[in-house]
Design a protein around this ligand. Structure first.
Ligand code: ZN
Length: 64
């Protein structure tokens, strides 16, 4: 089940919607390209096992 998350690009700071897939894991990392500047960013997706609430943390991909 995909989850729609509001994120902000760490390069160009444009807000956009990303579809993340938390699956069964409590934490997963996905790499997506910004829809505006096309640079890669890491999305860390956390799911709270009790509330089911999903948190998305965005950082620049490639260790920059
Ligand atoms: Zn961007």
């Amino acid at each position: 089940m995909f989850h729609e998350a509001e994120i902000q690009c760490p390069f160009c700071f444009q807000r956009q919607t990303a579809f993340v897939d938390p699956e069964d894991r409590r934490e997963s990392v996905q790499v997506i390209d910004c829809t505006v500047c096309c640079r890669p960013m890491d999305l860390r997706v956390f799911r709270d096992s009790e509330s089911g609430e999903i948190t998305v943390d965005v950082s620049r991909s490639g260790g920059m």
